[in-house]
Write a protein that binds this ligand. Structure first.
Ligand code: ARG
Length: 601
């Protein structure tokens, strides 16, 4: 990133507050410049530790309460906090950083100097472009693994996997912006008895032709049919026995048995790659339950045996985790026939990953139905003595409800994306003149449709269940994906229509931006790096989504007042610089979420 902030400060004749505060990123975050200035001055007045002051400065909920707000009791000063607030606000030196400081009860509200803020912020966005908001210092020399999506192969993707995919894609991008080396891993559900069932089913119902044309749907059909057979014939039936025997052969490494399975796996991955591409996701590694060595699982069993924590029940081995945490219960660690389990495979996989990557952090994006499962294998790793077990984090999420009404039990991702694309196409066609100007309407409809699906997923807190509603997903009204796309394309259009070159924008006279709505827009743009920081804490896409809606609402208020068309050149240029800056932030936020912003729609 260009250090545009320091050079802007120099050209304003300002000295950078020279403070080294962990967590503060004044090279990349304009707000931190102001924060550091406030910290420096308050430290002079109160002698309170700089880190304590820094941490106490918050972003208020609304701009009318200032750009930063400080609850004085957090500084633990002697005396009455209300009186202190009065006193400090009188002593505080105002000027080119802080224009106003207001005591409000026990709070101090700080208002940034508008012209300094305008100049630093707009120049920073225009100079750093897609890097605006990046905070590379945070994760410098650190690495992270993000495991997400992890569908069960030979089954179509459903809405639950969509959630993991979207959230995981976002978190990967987020950590990259924070300077981490990110490894994206897809841990496929590609092992277990169901692959014995599938092989037997393919023998009975499979078609080579359909397998090549539409592998996942075909395999799923086969899987449904053979499962029906097994249900009817019973667990003791030859069909079920054949399936079990087949998987047994797979676990024993029988080449013939593994051949068909490997084909199913490859065909599934090829198809997934297409879907992921549509969602702007590229994996570094396709791992899977099949890739876990039996060794580490055996190690785990042995270790618990030594600790006397293994119970044998009808040949199967269970370990007792209640000793460490009552809630974790007893869990199966080895089946009676010696085959592995989902849980043990996770233990083995985690060990392998640590040995390969020595990660500083590893995130599992997995549904909250698997909370207990994750707690169990995290605890097992901890008890095995791996000190890195505390670097694992489960990022969970709620369910998608109401999927059953339309198309059987689940709605598959491909169908969802197809349907939303068609709807978007219809909506776009309504404006004939505009539609005629779109180069590749099919592509745009697809991108806007995908935004609809993704935003409705990321709008509320991860842990909430949400109702799957076609209407809401394809709506242009209110806070939706298409609305963000519309806002972005409108900003592009303002720029196109002005006929002003992008290179001219850096020369704009920003002192012409005096209207309160222009200033509020800049204040909001300046918050973006803080939003990135906050999202790193919450691991919530909604932190960014909410911010982007707020931003686009303010932009739309600006259109009523801050015209570009028909204005004299200087004013048009200044306003365009403002809009270009807003567009850059919107673009950065949208791509962070995994969307592809469109320039026309
Ligand atoms: N394949 C599993 C499922 O579809 C999700 C895997 C989650 N990741 C893990 N390491 N257990 O339910």
């Amino acid at each position: 990133t260009v250090d545009s902030i320091t050079s802007s400060l120099t050209s304003l004749g300002l000295e950078k507050p020279e403070l080294e505060i962990p967590g503060s990123n004044p090279e990349n975050n304009v707000v931190d410049i102001f924060r550091n200035y406030i910290v420096q001055e308050l430290h002079k007045l109160t002698s309170i530790d700089v880190q304590v002051i820094y941490n106490a400065l918050n972003t208020p909920a609304t701009l009318d309460k200032g750009d930063l707000i400080l609850p004085l009791p957090q500084l633990k000063l002697k005396g009455n906090p209300k009186e202190k607030a009065e006193e400090i606000s009188q002593q505080f030196i105002k000027g080119k950083y802080i224009e106003e400081i207001k005591p409000q009860g026990v709070f101090l509200q700080f208002y940034f100097n508008q012209s300094t803020l305008l100049s630093l912020t707009i120049n920073d966005t225009l100079a750093n472009k897609t890097n605006f908001g990046s905070l590379p210092g945070i994760g410098q020399n650190k690495s992270i693994i993000v495991e997400f999506s992890s569908p069960n192969i030979a089954k179509p993707f459903h809405a639950g996997h969509l959630r993991s995919t979207i959230i995981g894609g976002f978190l990967s991008n987020l950590y990259e912006k924070a300077g981490y080396k990110v490894t994206r891993i897809n841990y496929l559900g590609d092992w277990g008895k169901q692959f014995g069932i599938l092989a037997v089913g393919f023998d009975r119902y499979g078609s080579e032709e359909q397998l090549t044309n539409d592998p996942i749907n075909h395999l799923f059909e086969v899987y449904v049919k053979i499962n029906k057979d097994i249900t009817e014939e019973g667990d003791e039936s030859p069909t079920n026995e054949a399936a079990k025997a087949y998987f047994r052969r797979m676990e024993d490494g029988d080449e013939e048995a593994l051949k068909i399975w490997a084909r199913f796996r490859k065909l599934s991955i090829d198809k997934y790659i297409d879907t992921y591409k549509r969602l702007n996701i590229i994996y570094d590694i396709y791992s899977g339950e099949s890739q876990v060595s039996q060794e580490s699982m055996k190690d785990a069993v042995k270790l618990f045996e030594e600790k006397g924590l293994v119970h044998v029940d009808r040949g199967a081995k269970l370990i007792d985790l209640t000793k460490f945490n009552k809630k974790l219960g007893k869990c199966l660690i080895e089946k009676s026939d010696g085959t592995s389990l989902y849980l043990t495979r996770d233990v083995g996989e985690a060990i392998k990953r640590y040995n390969n990557f020595k990660f500083d952090k590893m995130i599992y994006v997995v549904a909250s139905q698997q909370d207990l499962h994750c707690q169990q294998f995290f605890e097992i790793l901890k008890q095995m003595g791996f000190d890195w077990a505390n670097k694992l984090e489960h990022v969970n999420f709620g369910m998608v409800l109401g999927m059953s009404t339309r198309k059987g039990t689940v709605v598959f991702l491909d169908n969802i994306l197809q349907e939303t694309k068609e709807k978007m196409h219809e909506v776009m066609k309504k404006n004939e003149a505009k539609y005629a100007q779109i180069e590749d309407p099919d592509k745009i409809a697809d991108l806007v449709g995908i935004s609809a699906v993704m935003i409705q997923d990321m709008q509320s807190k991860r842990i909430n269940n949400y109702e799957f509603k076609w209407d809401r997903m394809t709506s242009f009204e209110g806070d939706t994906g298409p609305y963000l796309q519309y806002a972005h394309s409108r900003l592009s259009s303002v720029q196109r229509k002005s006929g002003i070159e992008e290179s001219e924008l850096l020369k704009a006279d920003l002192s012409l931006l005096t209207e309160p709505s222009a200033v509020n827009l800049v204040r909001t743009i300046a918050q973006y790096p803080d939003i990135i920081k906050k999202a790193l804490k919450t691991h919530e896409p909604s932190t960014v989504v909410t911010y982007l809606f707020n931003l686009t609402h303010i932009v739309s208020q600006c259109y009523d007042i801050l015209w570009v068309a028909g204005q004299e050149k200087e004013l048009a240029l200044a306003r365009l610089a403002l809009y270009a800056s807003a567009k850059q932030v919107l673009y950065n936020g949208m791509t962070l979420l995994g969307l592809t912003p469109v320039d026309r729609m």
